[in-house]
Design a protein around this ligand. Structure first.
Ligand SMILES: *[C@@H]1O[C@H](CO)[C@@H](O)[C@H](O)[C@H]1NC(C)=O
Ligand SMILES: *[C@@H]1O[C@H](CO)[C@@H](O)[C@H](O)[C@H]1NC(C)=O
Ligand SMILES: *[C@@H]1O[C@H](CO)[C@@H](O)[C@H](O)[C@H]1NC(C)=O
Ligand SMILES: *[C@@H]1O[C@H](CO)[C@@H](O)[C@H](O)[C@H]1NC(C)=O
Ligand SMILES: *[C@@H]1O[C@H](CO)[C@@H](O)[C@H](O)[C@H]1NC(C)=O
Ligand SMILES: *[C@@H]1O[C@H](CO)[C@@H](O)[C@H](O)[C@H]1NC(C)=O
Length: 421
């Protein structure tokens, strides 16, 4: 009995390792493929907890300020929080926040968009089991949500965001639940950044040009040049990206095989491929083809993709779509292709967008109506504390996230009739 039980437990564990119930997805539409001629980014955050909209004003920080990042002993891969150096000034941004994922400390973010027109999405991208097992117990470092937030607070371009992630991981390490990726975009280009579990500070990043559609579901990177350190035009990565794989026997130069990041560091198994197999619902390849068929895409087309019922279900905690133009600095660029930072436009669906509307917001908005702010419904620890009196009026309002969850569940009772409506 014992070996059978062990193998059942092992199988169950493996399933939880490589197939998280929750995931998130993101779409990058290069500017040459959009109807307006501007980059677009869209996606979801697949977390169980409630989601709410929050605006973070720009801020100045006194010298020697710090901020707390990482994971606590309560995380699925436990660790200790650390304090890192704050910068003198952080930028304004808008984000959908949430309270729980894999035991990570709240509040968390998948990203959003900042006043420089840099948008970030955080997307799952599991790693081979060895990396998961290698992760130190207790781990320290910056985790996925911290990285998304730090890019919004500090980056003026997508490329700067990638470099920032690399620098921060090199300095402080990376705390993980099993590997993760980010999709970062600005008016000119996008980047996929894949951060790996294992405590080895491993990461890789690939540039996405203006004529590319990329769907992360999960995030992936395939063939990668060995000499990436000599030319960061299209690829960046940690200095040990290739040497570590060689040390582990996961790749070697004499095999004659190209260095493929997914094959080397991604989930191993015959039925798993980088972009067309083994993961959730539709493959990235199928979704990318679907997007290409619609090119040139409008914002409405991208919303249609994000809320497609074949991928947007109860797990798709919210929806977001943003167009990225050149942000005007006030001394030039008054034509259509420029945007004042206050007028950066973000479409947010308060919960799964299959039945929730994409509501329009502008970055210049100074407050969020209580209906769209944080409520107790599905918020971590809400069941073990009475309401903080400061939030009574907010809690008295009707929570948009819950209204549209109800609409989703009602629609599920007769989707043929109700979904279209
Ligand atoms: C900041 O830290 C440095 C080094 O510890 C110290 O010399 C300096 O006085 C500190 N500045 C402030 C404003 O506390
Ligand atoms: C981080 O800084 C805060 C505020 O100074 C302090 O209370 C906390 O103990 C520090 N945490 C760690 C892990 O050093
Ligand atoms: C870096 O790579 C890009 C893209 O392949 C190429 O256009 C450029 O010339 C390269 N730069 C250098 C310095 O090799
Ligand atoms: C390198 O790969 C080849 C082909 O897979 C294999 O035969 C060889 O043993 C490997 N060498 C090392 C040092 O791992
Ligand atoms: C992949 O293969 C493994 C082992 O054969 C199996 O347990 C798993 O369910 C498969 N996954 C998918 C998504 O087909
Ligand atoms: C402001 O933007 C215009 C148009 O892009 C540019 O020519 C100018 O150099 C910018 N000024 C500053 C101070 O960045």
């Amino acid at each position: 009995m014992a070996p059978l039980l062990d193998s059942m437990v092992a199988t169950a564990l493996l399933t939880t390792l490589v197939c998280p119930v929750t995931a998130s997805y993101g779409f990058y539409i290069g500017k040459d493929l959009s109807a307006s001629g501007h980059t677009m980014l869209g996606g979801t955050g697949e977390e169980v907890s409630s989601h709410w909209l929050q605006i973070f004003p720009a801020a100045d920080h006194p010298p020697n300020s710090t901020l707390t990042v990482g994971v606590t002993p309560d995380a699925t891969l436990p660790g200790n929080l650390i304090n890192i150096t704050q910068v003198p000034h952080t930028y304004r941004y808008m984000s959908m926040e949430y309270s729980d994922y894999e035991g990570f400390p709240a509040p968390l973010t998948n990203g959003g968009v900042n006043e420089h027109g840099v948008a970030v999405r955080d997307i799952w991208a599991s790693n081979r089991d060895e990396l998961y097992s290698m992760t130190p117990n207790l781990q320290t470092g910056i985790q996925y949500s911290d990285l998304a937030r730090l890019v919004l607070e500090r980056a003026t371009t997508a490329r700067e965001g990638v470099q920032l992630i690399g620098d921060l991981i090199a300095e402080y390490g990376y705390a993980t639940y099993g590997g993760n990726s980010h999709l970062i975009a600005d008016k000119d280009e996008g980047w996929v950044v894949w951060e790996f579990a294992g405590g080895e500070k491993l990461w890789a990043a690939e540039r996405l040009g203006p004529d590319v559609v990329r769907v992360s579901y999960p995030g992936y990177i395939e063939e990668f040049p060995l000499d990436f350190a000599d030319n960061d035009t299209n690829y960046m990565g940690s200095p040990n990206l290739v040497s570590f794989a060689e040390e582990q026997g996961w790749w070697n130069a004499s095999s004659g095989e190209a260095f493929n990041v997914f094959k080397v560091y991604g989930v191993q198994g015959d039925n798993y491929t980088a972009r067309d197999g083994g993961f959730k619902y539709m493959s990235q390849a199928a979704l990318e083809e679907l997007a290409m068929e619609k090119a040139p895409l409008t914002e409405a087309d991208l919303m249609e993709l994000v809320r497609d019922p074949r991928i947007a279900d109860d797990e798709a905690g919210y929806g977001q779509v943003v167009t990225l133009k050149t942000v005007s600095n006030g001394t030039g660029g008054s034509d259509e292709s420029f945007v004042d930072p206050d007028l950066i436009r973000i479409w947010n669906a308060p919960t799964g967008s299959v039945t929730a509307p994409f509501n329009v917001w502008w970055l210049g908005v100074e407050s969020v109506p209580p209906e769209y702010g944080q409520h107790r419904y599905l918020t971590k620890d809400a069941a073990s504390t009475f309401l903080n009196p400061d939030f009574q009026l907010q809690e008295a309002s009707v929570f948009a996230g819950r209204v549209f969850k109800r609409l989703l569940y009602y629609t599920c009772s007769n989707p043929e009739r109700l979904l279209l409506e």
